[in-house]
Structures are given as structure tokens and as C-alpha cells.
Design a protein around this ligand. Sequence first.
Ligand SMILES: O=C1O[C@H](COP(=O)(O)O)[C@@H](O)[C@H](O)[C@H]1O
Length: 207
Amino acid sequence: MLTEIAFHHDQTDAQIADWLADRLRRDLGQRDGTVAITVPGGSTPFPIFAELAKHDLIWDRIEIWPGDDRCVPADHEASNYGRLAEALKDTGTKVVPLEEGSQPPHFALAWLGMGTDGHIASLFPNTDPQVDDDRQVRRLTPDPLPPEAPFDRVTMTLPKLLSAESLMFVIRGAEKLALFEAAAKGENDLPVARLLGHARGEVACFA
Ligand SMILES: O=C1O[C@H](COP(=O)(O)O)[C@@H](O)[C@H](O)[C@H]1O
């Protein structure tokens, strides 16, 4: 059975950041130690990070990992890690770079974006991502290379993303939303559909 997705339409960046902050507060209150989450790169999440950074949270108990990255130095403009660390630098939170040999922790939440080709993290259609992948992290080459970031990628795999306690998407624009909804109904076999088809926990989609 396909998982239920809670859709939240017409959400501003500030509203999405409020939801995330509430979720982090809840998770921090429910457990001791660190709460780890994974987040997307690209363009969509950065205005939301700017809003999130305004929230009063116990930031030193939060660890944030990019779910994927471009194989470029941290100070390159295409580096998801570099941009994320810069966006959150005043909070005091720990941002951890994703590398091929990384052993990411258990995630309370995996926040994902999606490309217009149905890729999530850096699991592009040509890479044929599998839900039974025996690795947590892989280096991959998108084909075609996306013009806005034409680099090899390092990415969390489907099983690693699916092991998060809950999944959250931010899908901006009608074209992406239609593709996401089709994937959620199992109408395509794109990477996002493979993930959604195996999701068993809470899934929220902000549009
Ligand atoms: O390359 C990437 O693309 C996707 C989508 O990015 P957007 O710019 O369309 O929001 C992103 O989720 C992924 O993390 C990123 O590395």
C-alpha cells in the first residue's frame, strides 16, 4: 500500500521554517543527546534555512547533514555543504559535510527536494537507485549533467533516506508538484517514486 502523504499547500518559507522548528523542538524534548536531520541542497531550501536560523532552538544539540553534495571544494558556490554551513553559521549548530566514506547517523527527519527530472538528493534517473542498496552513501555521475551544477555527486542512498523517522519534501512550482503527485500514486518509476513507494513512516509535502 502506498503511504499517505500530508500535503501542505501555499506555504511560505517562514511557515515551513516554523513547522521545522516545532518538529526539532519536539524531537529535542523527546530524547537526550543529539537530534540529527538531513536536508537538501540546490536552490529551494536556502530561503527556508534563513528563516529557520531565526528560531530559538537548542542548536548545539542539532546536527545537520546535506543529503547530497556536488564533488567540489566547500568554498565553491555549488557546494551544498558550504552554502548550508554559511546559512546556519550564526546558530552554532553542527553542519557535517557528506563524503563518500561518511557514516551518517540515524536521522529524525530527512528533508528532500526534487528536480524536474524526478531526482531526489543526487539520485538521478540514470543512476537507477535501488531500495536494497548495501551502501549508505555513494558517489555517482548524473547523465545528463545538470547545467546548473555539472559535477559528480555524493549522495545518501534510498535505504539510508528511508531509514529516517520521517520524510519531508518542499516542492515548488506546478510542474514539479504534478510530477511529485504522479510519483506518489505510483504512476512513474522515477527516483522519487521509488522512495515514496517504500516509505512507511510519516511523509509531509510542503508546496
Ligand atoms: O542538485 C540538486 O537538486 C535538487 C533540486 O534542487 P532545486 O534547485 O530544484 O531546489 C536538490 O534537492 C538536491 O539536494 C541538489 O543537490
